[in-house]
Design a protein around this ligand. Structure first.
Ligand SMILES: Cc1ncc(COP(=O)(O)O)c(C=O)c1O
Length: 379
């Protein structure tokens, strides 16, 4: 049996999600149609919207705009807030975190194409916000701050309250990418601070290809997809009812009380791995989501470890990206101050509710030999 420890990349579909999507696949109407079939589809869509809203802010369905996933939600939130804020007189400047996901950086780049200045807030060695750097970059004002609440590679929990204070002080908007936070930490406190929030179904055990942008009541967000009147004019296009039903089933299945068990397994993995000589935990000194352990072993390339683990039946990941056939260092670890070489040594294990202590023990049993081989291989 293979061991799946890559939940931050995507999660296995949950059984209730599969059931909800099968049931919704019998619907034949377009939710915009006024006949019975259309109204039946509309009912499922709106029920799903309310169930997803419940996960975020306790239940204002009007705040939820369905999207195609986390990337589009970041794009819609960041570009939509940024353009609206500038139209209302804010300076065309946006601040993002240096360690943010490419979805956040990509959305900021779209604003750069519209004449915005992009500032990257520095982090310390543990991945925590450098508040002096934040204050410096904010001194010229900003339309928007955007950041992920939980880092996708390290699991480091970002100080959203600090960002919200900083944004409020200069009248800037705050977009929070909660794609890795949803299902791992409570979203209510984030909803109390943010103007927009991005989430994605497939990080919760729902289907890939559907997500949501949550918009605080009264906040102006310029629409990105003009056309039909769907999503109250905020995102045109026939709605993905089957995906929404699956997304809602995944949202309902979130049980934060069970994250303690996931965290205990992650702690077991971390303690066992740290028994290997010259091992380190990236972001180990910062508060982290309980499911993520990003390890480095001096002298052992992350990709070599991940490939060996795969051959032994374990799915893990490295933050390093492969561009034009060459492995690039992890931008997250580089931003945390690691050398280019050190930033190629990261191995991310991300656990989920189905992970067992026995699976962790099996990984720990094979890890020392795998690390030794990777070290011997050098480069
Ligand atoms: C923090 C973060 N934001 C955004 C995304 C993009 O989400 P999606 O794959 O649904 O487009 C991811 C996916 O890995 C992520 O980890």
């Amino acid at each position: 049996m293979r061991i799946y420890l890559d939940y931050n990349a995507t999660c296995p579909l949950l059984d209730p999600v599969r059931a909800a999507m099968c049931a919704a696949s019998d619907l034949i109407g377009n939710p915009s149609s006024i006949h019975s079939e259309g109204r039946a589809a509309r009912a499922v869509l709106e029920r799903s919207r309310a169930q997803i809203a419940a996960l975020i802010d306790g239940g204002d369905p009007d705040g939820i705009v369905f999207t195609s996933g986390g990337t589009e939600s970041d794009l819609a939130g960041i570009v939509g807030l940024g353009l609206a804020a500038v139209a209302a007189g804010a300076p065309a400047r946006v601040l993002v975190l240096a360690t943010d996901h490419p979805a956040v950086h990509g959305a900021a780049a779209v604003l750069a194409g519209r004449g915005f200045t992009i500032e990257r807030i520095a982090v310390d060695r543990e991945g925590r916000i450098d508040h002096d750097d934040l204050a410096r970059r904010l001194s010229a004002g900003a339309a928007l701050i955007a950041a992920a609440a939980v880092n996708h590679e390290t699991g480091v929990i970002v100080d959203v309250a600090g960002l919200a204070d900083a944004a409020r002080a200069v009248g800037a908007r705050l977009h929070v990418d909660a794609v890795q936070a949803a299902g791992r930490v409570a979203l209510g406190p984030i909803a109390g601070l943010a103007d927009t929030i991005a989430i994605s179904a497939h990080k919760l055990g729902g289907p890939a290809g559907i997500g949501a942008l949550w918009i605080r009541a009264g906040v102006e967000v310029a629409p990105l997809a003009p056309g039909g009147h769907q999503e109250r004019g905020r995102r045109a296009g026939t709605e993905n009812v089957i995906g929404a039903a699956g997304f809602a089933a995944a949202a309902i299945a979130v049980d934060l009380a069970r994250t303690g068990l996931v965290a205990a397994n992650a702690a077991r993995l971390e303690a066992g791995a740290l028994a290997i000589a010259e091992a380190r935990v990236h972001g180990g000194g910062a508060p982290r989501a309980g499911n993520t352990v990003n390890l480095g072993f001096d002298g052992a390339l992350g990709e070599a470890i991940v490939m060996s683990l795969d051959l032994e039946g374990v799915a893990a990941s490295t933050g390093a990206a492969c561009t034009s056939g060459s492995i690039q260092p992890s931008p997250v670890l580089l931003a945390m101050g690691l050398s280019r070489r050190g930033a190629r040594e990261g191995v991310r294990f991300s656990l989920g509710p189905a992970t067992t202590a026995d699976e962790i023990d099996r990984v720990l049993a094979m890890l020392p030999a795998i690390v030794a081989r990777a070290r011997a291989a050098g480069v």
